[in-house]
Design a binder for this molecule. Structure first.
Ligand SMILES: [Zn+2]
Length: 128
């Protein structure tokens, strides 16, 4: 795949272009945890399209939502059968949902607040 978003995403924080997708993925998660922590932990897992059984890039959910805050965490699932550019965009998108979870709970998943959070993440890790 050689689309514009692949060209763009490989400049992630000026890291060498020859990192594998797995290495780049671990790197972006490390950066997100450092730069944009949520008030509860964010766990990330990657599954193949076959394991997910749905045509979807990824999603974010709140685990243990009925329990006490200390037991809760966000769980982001990423479809690792997608290209690096898609996984990169998706993890930023889902991370922005975790950061603006109140909006999700009010049924405003892709609100202006979400868009600002997503834009901030996006600008942080893309080199123009
Ligand atoms: Zn969304």
């Amino acid at each position: 795949m050689n689309d514009v978003s692949d060209e763009r995403a490989k400049y992630l924080h000026g890291q060498p272009k020859d990192l594998t997708v797995d290495q780049k993925f671990r790197l972006i998660i490390r950066l997100l945890r450092r730069d944009f922590p949520a008030d509860i932990p964010i766990k990330v897992r990657r599954k193949t399209a076959e394991e997910i059984k749905r045509k979807i890039f990824g999603w974010c959910s709140l685990a243990n939502s009925g329990k006490s805050k200390s037991e809760q965490y966000f769980l982001i699932t990423i479809n690792k059968s997608c290209s690096w550019a898609q996984q990169f965009d998706t993890v930023l998108h889902e991370w922005a949902h975790a950061l603006t979870w109140n909006e999700v709970e009010q049924g405003k998943d892709h609100s202006d607040l979400f868009a600002r959070a997503f834009g901030k993440l996006y600008r942080t890790y893309i080199e123009d």
